[in-house]
Design a protein around this ligand. Structure first.
Ligand SMILES: NC(=O)c1ccc[n+]([C@@H]2O[C@H](COP(=O)([O-])OP(=O)(O)OC[C@H]3O[C@@H](n4cnc5c(N)ncnc54)[C@H](OP(=O)(O)O)[C@@H]3O)[C@@H](O)[C@H]2O)c1
Length: 371
């Protein structure tokens, strides 16, 4: 670099390297600069632009995560429908929506659990929040029956928000050939059928009034290059991501905001994680973050530590990520298999005890009648 450049320049240290930005003054004539100086200047300008871009992204991230006011969900309609609302994220989401003053249609497979959740919501939120239950086992009912029950259940209601949350994963990770046929069918029916058919039933009402929000709970597994030992689950979530993206494009013009959320781990019965932490939130913490995003971008990771986790892991080489996921799931598989063996051993032990009881009872009756 020549002396003239050195004197008139402003120097910055970028990324620990001695990269120097020279802001050419009016007297600098690029035609008189040497080639290395020009290259250095171009690199510095590019570095500066990259830095600005990163800063803008950071500010935007902070705005969307913490500062942006959430939408008034009641403007979409007075009712919200949540599938899989008897446990985990869906249950927490139902409470969160009720706290925003929305009445609820709860969809679940277990009538007792549905009743318990709706009573709890009524007790906590009083008369202002109406709750209606629809019993559907997505793994067992036909598509027509699912659509019929939803159509009948929401007839005449102003459903403004739909949360397609219902989801099913394997009880523990396993190789594809180890998934039995029943489980295989259930994962497809619940994850794909559940979302598709409920959306199909709720959409016409939203279209009529030209507003609505559809939130699909996907999974961050779709961002990874592979998701071994949970193959079917990840494949159904990939369907969900594409389904969301496409219907978002179709219905945006009709005032319907479709969004797919991509959570990482949440402490629910699906993940078998009981204790929550900053990185693995409780369903309640996750739902609070999730609802703030309803109606905005068509894709998001609403809980901020999840998005930081995702950013950090996206910097790692894909091969390393693949290896980590495989190791993690192999460990879970071994623990799951051990638990299953223990359970079946207990069952084997219990069975002879029951048998012995019957024999004793028989001899007791025999003795009673002989004397
Ligand atoms: N937890 C995570 O780390 C995580 C991460 C990424 C994405 N997700 C997604 O988040 C959603 C909720 O997951 P979660 O962790 O909250 O799961 P969860 O605790 O297992 O709850 C699942 C809910 O779905 C219901 N359900 C399951 N099978 C059903 C069926 N056949 N018919 C009707 N309802 C059924 C369950 O009903 P019962 O109460 O009767 O069991 C429960 O209410 C899922 O779509 C999941 O893929 C979760």
């Amino acid at each position: 670099m020549n002396d003239k450049c050195r004197q008139s320049g402003m120097w910055l240290i970028l990324r620990g390297q001695e990269s120097q930005i020279h802001w050419a003054s009016a007297s600098d004539d690029p035609s008189t600069m040497e080639l290395p100086d020009l290259v250095l200047m171009a690199a510095s300008i590019l570095g500066f632009i990259a830095l600005c871009k990163t800063l803008v992204r950071l500010v935007r991230w902070a705005w969307t995560m913490f500062l942006r006011p959430p939408k008034n969900l009641k403007e979409y309609g007075s009712w919200a429908l949540v599938t899989g609302s008897t446990d985990g994220i869906g249950k927490a989401m139902a409470f969160e929506l009720a706290s925003k003053g929305l009445s609820l249609v709860l969809v679940g497979r277990n009538p007792c659990k549905l009743e318990a959740v709706s009573n709890e919501i009524r007790e906590r939120h009083g008369e202002g929040v109406e709750v209606k239950n629809i019993v559907i086992d997505f793994a067992k009912l036909s598509e027509e029956e699912i659509a019929r029950r939803i159509d009948e259940g929401i007839k005449g209601m102003d459903v403004g928000v739909l949360v397609n949350n219902v989801g099913l994963a394997y009880p523990y990770p396993r190789f594809f050939h180890e998934v039995n046929l029943e489980l295989m069918e259930s994962v497809g029916r619940v994850n794909i059928g559940g979302t598709t058919w409920v959306t199909r039933s709720v959409l016409p009402g939203m279209l009529k009034k030209k507003k609505g929000a559809i939130i699909n709970i996907g999974s961050a597994s779709v961002w990874l290059q592979s998701y071994p030992l949970a193959t079917l689950y990840a494949a159904t979530k990939a369907y969900m991501a594409m389904f969301s993206k496409s219907i978002s494009m179709e219905y945006r013009q009709y005032g319907i905001d479709v969004q797919c959320q991509f959570p990482l781990l949440v402490a629910t019965k699906m993940t078998l994680i009981k204790r929550s932490s900053l990185l693995i939130p409780s369903p309640e913490t996750f739902s609070k973050a999730s609802i703030r995003w309803f109606g905005y971008e068509h894709e998001c990771t609403p809980y901020w530590p999840h998005s930081v986790q995702w950013y950090v892991s996206s910097l790692l080489p894909n091969a390393l990520l693949d290896w980590c996921v495989l190791r993690y799931f192999l460990g879970m598989r071994t623990r799951g298999q051990a638990k299953e063996r223990k359970k079946s051993r207990v069952r084997v032990l219990v069975r002879p005890t029951a048998m012995l009881k019957k024999i004793f009872f028989f001899f007791f009756l025999l003795l009673l009648f002989t004397y």
